[in-house]
Design a protein around this ligand. Structure first.
Ligand code: BDR
Ligand code: CA
Length: 313
C-alpha cells in the first residue's frame, strides 16, 4: 500500500482527487490537510470534510492548515469565479458531521512524517503553503517524504491566472519556490498536461450514466466546473487538474515526465509565479524536478469513471 497525505484546497478537482485516492486499491489515504487557495480556509476545509463524509470516508482525518500565503494576501477573485463562492459550487452536498481535527495541518504533517516507519507520499493540489512551512519548521521531515506529486505550473502552455503563471503557484510563489528547491523528489503535474486530460460533455454523460451515488455527484460537480470554464476561459471542456496527480500514483503510464531544473519567478510582476524550466539544459543547474510533458487522456477518463463507481469502503 502506498501511504499518502493529500494537501488540498477543494475545489472541484481537489474533491475528485480525494475521492480517487480514497477509492484506489493500493493507496492508503492516511490524512488530508487543507490550505487557503480556491477559497478561504474555512471553505476548503469544510469542502474536504463534506466530500469525504458524503462518500462515507468518515475515518479519514482532515486537518486545517494555513489560512493565507506565506508573504501575501490570498488572491480571491479567480477561485470564486471558477469554483463558486464557497469553493464547491454546483450540487448541494449535505454539511459534514465528522469533526475537523484540532491539530494544525503543519504540525500534523511534521508529527506524522517524523513518527512514520515508512516514507510517505505527499500529493499537493493547492498552493504549497503548508508544505513549505512544514519544511522550514522541520527540515528533517524531508527524509520521510518519499516524493511530492504536485499540481502546479505551466512550463510550455500559458498560465491560467496570468499569461505566465498557473493559479496554485501564483497564489503562493514564495512557498512554491521553497518546495521546488527543497531537494525532495518532486513531480510537477502542470497545465501542460492537465489542460489536455479534459472531460468532454460525452465523458461527463458517460460518468453520469453509471448511475451510482458518487458517479452522479461527480458528474454534477463537473457540470458546474465545465460551465465556469466556458464562461471564464471560453474553453468547452473540463479539466480535472488535481486528480491527475493521484492518477499517476495509480498508474504511472498515465504521464510522461522529464527531469529538469525548475525555478519560480518572484521579482518581475509580469512573470510572477511563472515556473521556468531549463528545458534546453543551458544553465548548468542540477535537475530538481520531474515535469510532466505527456498524458494519456483516454486512460485518465476511464480511470476516473471506473474508480468513481467502486464502493471500496
Ligand atoms: C489549479 O488551480 C485550482 O483552481 C485547481 O483546483 C487546481 O489545483 C489549476 O490551476
Ligand atoms: Ca486545487
Amino acid at each position: 500500500m502506498k501511504k499518502v497525505i493529500i494537501d488540498c484546497d477543494p475545489g472541484h478537482d481537489d474533491a475528485i482527487a480525494l475521492l480517487l485516492a480514497a477509492k484506489a486499491e493500493d493507496i492508503e489515504l492516511i490524512g488530508v490537510t487543507t490550505v487557503a487557495g480556491n477559497s478561504e480556509l474555512h471553505n476548503t476545509t469544510r469542502n474536504a470534510r463534506k466530500i469525504l463524509d458524503y462518500a462515507g470516508y468518515t475515518n479519514i482525518d482532515v486537518h486545517a492548515g494555513c489560512d493565507r500565503p506565506m508573504m501575501r494576501d490570498l488572491f480571491r477573485l479567480t477561485g470564486a469565479i471558477i469554483h463558486g463562492e464557497d469553493g464547491l459550487g454546483g450540487p448541494s452536498i449535505p454539511a459534514p458531521t465528522t469533526p475537523i481535527k484540532e491539530e494544525h495541518a503543519v504540525d500534523y504533517l511534521i508529527r506524522t512524517l517524523r513518527s512514520s516507519q515508512e516514507s510517505i507520499i505527499l500529493i499537493v493540489t493547492g498552493p504549497m503553503t503548508n508544505i513549505a512551512v512544514a519544511l522550514q519548521k522541520a527540515p528533517d521531515i524531508k527524509d520521510k517524504i518519499d516524493k511530492i506529486i504536485m499540481m502546479g505550473g505551466a512550463v510550455i502552455e500559458p498560465g491560467n491566472i496570468t499569461s505566465a503563471a498557473e493559479f496554485n503557484i501564483f497564489v503562493d510563489p514564495e512557498a512554491a519556490k521553497i518546495v521546488i528547491n527543497s531537494g525532495c523528489e518532486l513531480y510537477l503535474v502542470s497545465l501542460d498536461v492537465s489542460m489536455k486530460a479534459v472531460f468532454f460533455e460525452e465523458d461527463i454523460e458517460k460518468l453520469r450514466a453509471q448511475g451510482d451515488k458518487i458517479s452522479t455527484i461527480v458528474a454534477s460537480l463537473l457540470d458546474f466546473f465545465a460551465d465556469t470554464h466556458v464562461k471564464h476561459f471560453g474553453f468547452k471542456a473540463c479539466p480535472i487538474h488535481d486528480a491527475l496527480c493521484v492518477g499517476y500514483l495509480i498508474d504511472e503510464s498515465l504521464l510522461e515526465f522529464k527531469k529538469t531544473f525548475v525555478d519560480i519567478s518572484l521579482h518581475d510582476p509580469l512573470t510572477l509565479g511563472e515556473t521556468v524550466a531549463d528545458l534546453w539544459e543551458i544553465t548548468g543547474n542540477q535537475p530538481n524536478c520531474h515535469i510532466a510533458l505527456k498524458v494519456d487522456r483516454e486512460k485518465f477518463v476511464s480511470m476516473i469513471c471506473d474508480h468513481m463507481k467502486i464502493d471500496c469502503r
